[in-house]
Design a protein around this ligand. Structure first.
Ligand code: Q9C
Ligand code: ZN
Length: 295
């Protein structure tokens, strides 16, 4: 019976939904982590007929499952500037909406196309002894995983190590964190695996073949059956020429998507980095079309 209903669904219904709010474009025009990277991606995905859903801000209760009250308080007051991460007006509200995007993506197994990103933000700001928060304020993916409260595999394919996410989930029996990232590179953490955090440092521009071999090895080390959900921190700054380039191209993201789909678990995606807007849009489409091949 299940199969019958399934055959009647049309292609549009099977497409992963995108969580997006125009509000995330209203700040920070001059920084590399600026509105363009998400605006252009949104336009491309609109043309490709994706469906969009508007997030609502994460509640303080949701944030406090991940971050210290004192850090949240400072963020509210705007006292959180560092060399990479500006204290924009109303940054707390922007960050709260981005965290809300991750929460909604988790609920509908969608893709949160929101900014600011989150994976460098630890419990009380900069994580694991790193000096900056790398454009991050609240750890969006962590907020969503903690709200679900389910055993989760967190896969981080941004080109930078998610030191914040590692700090938050280190020793958490319900979660395994797997990250592939460029090293040596910012933030300088993630050189080796520790307990439930599996790290795979890769050299600059290592290329698709090396990347996919490593991803297969990493996923092969995880007992996927243990988990009820896969949370993907997805950055496209691994794209050739981007900030943490590993020499990947559009078609590489389709291959990554296929491997995520093959895990056959409820999955959601949260945008981290990726600083070339037009490429982000096409890379997201490729990632999701590879992921949806499981159907
Ligand atoms: N000041 C994300 O992709 N670069 N963040 C620092 C030395 C910071 C990247 C260079 C890169 C942060 C979400
Ligand atoms: Zn990054």
């Amino acid at each position: 019976m299940k199969n019958v209903a399934y055959l009647c669904m049309d292609a549009a219904e099977m497409k992963t939904k995108i969580v997006f709010s125009e509000k995330c474009l209203n700040y920070g025009g001059w920084h590399i982590e600026g509105p363009q990277r998400v605006k252009m991606a949104h336009e491309i995905l609109k043309e490709k007929k994706y469906a969009f859903l508007e997030p609502t801000p994460a509640s303080e209760e949701d944030l406090l499952k991940v971050h210290d009250a004192e850090y949240i308080w400072n963020l509210k007051k705007g006292l959180v500037e560092d060399a990479d991460t500006p204290a924009y007006d109303n940054i707390f509200e922007h960050a709260r909406l981005s965290a809300g995007g991750a929460l909604l993506a988790a609920k509908i197994n969608g893709f949160s196309l929101m900014r600011p990103p989150g994976h460098h933000a630890g419990r009380s700001g900069a994580a694991l002894g790193v000096y900056t928060r790398g454009f991050c304020y609240l750890n969006n993916v962590a907020v969503a995983v903690k709200a679900l409260g389910k055993p989760a595999l967190i896969l981080d394919v941004d080109g930078h190590h998610g030191n914040g996410t590692q700090e938050i989930f280190q020793g958490d029996e319900k979660a395994v964190y797997v990250s592939l990232h460029r090293y040596p590179h910012y933030p300088g953490t993630g050189t080796h695996s520790e307990g439930n955090c599996l790290n795979f440092p890769l050299l600059a521009d290592c290329g698709e073949q090396r990347y996919l071999e490593t991803l297969d090895k990493a996923l092969g080390m995880v007992d996927v059956g243990r988990f009820e959900v896969v949370a993907v921190s997805v950055g496209f700054d691994t794209h050739l020429g981007d900030l943490a380039s590993l020499g990947l191209t559009e078609s590489s993201y389709k291959e990554i998507g296929k491997r995520i789909g093959a895990l056959r678990k409820p999955t959601f995606f949260v945008l981290e980095g990726g600083y070339m807007g037009e490429k982000n849009g096409r890379d997201i489409d490729q990632l999701l079309s590879g992921y949806e091949e499981k159907l």
